[in-house]
Write a protein that binds this ligand. Structure first.
Ligand SMILES: Nc1ncnc2c1ncn2[C@@H]1O[C@H](COP(=O)(O)OP(=O)(O)OP(=O)(O)O)[C@@H](O)[C@H]1O
Ligand SMILES: [Mg+2]
Length: 250
């Protein structure tokens, strides 16, 4: 029996219009790993993530989470285990207020109202968004929405946090705050992003996706030192590494 927390076995996914987004993706990861998913636009990162909580089911191949095959029969368990923060926060926030959005998950889990309230406050506090509690979700700025979207997932206490472009639209301070927050979490983290400095800072392991396939799967530093690999996959070294390697100009 496998002790891997998340496993994809030769996953192919073709969208209904015929777009082949995943073409044989396989990987395994264990508890506590922090994994970056990087690759150019349209490489298949979001499609891959959407398989991890059953938003999409493979055209062929299999996905396992916590030793359960992801299927309609296991969806409730899978969604308790995997918290997904979507690329577009408007897909996550649909209630009239921030408080109701963050309460939605725990309430659906059937938790008593005291516990729901405590979780809402704790999740908002964690992401530094307690001040937005009584605001209308749809009136928040893009970055504020993204922060609250993360709280809607933290309030369910999932084992695995999956984040799609979490730093997009965040100002430098909010981005730094998110990095510090993610470093304190003990969750297994899977993060798709174009923010390569963020990956370098937060993720021990990185998968490079190219045209629906895994082009590389290695320690993050090894990936970013492989200039040829980065070039072949429309990527560049993180800025912090570029600076380290450039000559000092006086
Ligand atoms: N709903 C959809 N219907 C049809 N094709 C889609 C759909 N969503 C994505 N695709 C296609 O699937 C491929 C992978 O898209 P995906 O959104 O997974 O890429 P991505 O790596 O997340 O890109 P980005 O960096 O731009 O977010 C692309 O060719 C895209 O055009
Ligand atoms: Mg995407």
């Amino acid at each position: 029996m496998s002790h891997h927390l998340v496993e994809m076995q030769d996953v192919h996914y073709t969208y209904p219009d015929g777009a082949k987004a995943l073409r044989g993706v396989s990987f395994r990861l264990t508890h506590g790993e922090t994994v970056g998913i990087i690759g150019g636009n349209g490489a298949g990162k979001s499609t891959l993530l959407l398989h991890l909580n059953g938003c999409l089911m493979p055209t062929s191949g299999a996905v396992r989470v916590d030793n359960f095959p992801v299927s309609t029969a296991t969806l409730t368990h899978v969604r308790k285990t995997v918290g997904m923060v979507f690329q577009n926060p408007d897909d996550q926030l649909f209630m009239p207020t921030v408080e109701e959005d963050v309460a939605f998950g725990p309430r659906n889990m059937g938790l008593p109202s005291d516990e729901v309230n405590a979780r809402v406050d704790a999740a908002l506090e964690t992401v530094g968004a307690l001040a937005f509690k009584h605001r209308a979700s749809h009136r928040l700025s893009g970055g504020e929405k993204r922060t609250v979207a993360i709280a809607t997932v933290l309030s369910m206490s999932p084992d695995i946090l999956v984040l799609d472009e979490p730093t997009a639209g965040l100002d430098p301070r909010a981005r730094r705050h998110l990095i510090e927050l993610l470093k304190t979490l003990e969750h297994t983290l899977i993060i798709a992003t174009h923010d390569l400095d963020f990956v370098l800072d937060v993720c021990d392991r990185t998968l490079v996706i190219h045209e629906g396939c895994i082009a590389a799967d290695d320690a993050t530093e090894a990936i970013f030192k492989n200039v040829e690999l980065l070039d072949q996959n429309n990527l560049e070294p993180p800025l912090s590494m570029q600076r380290k390697n450039s000559p000092t100009i006086f």
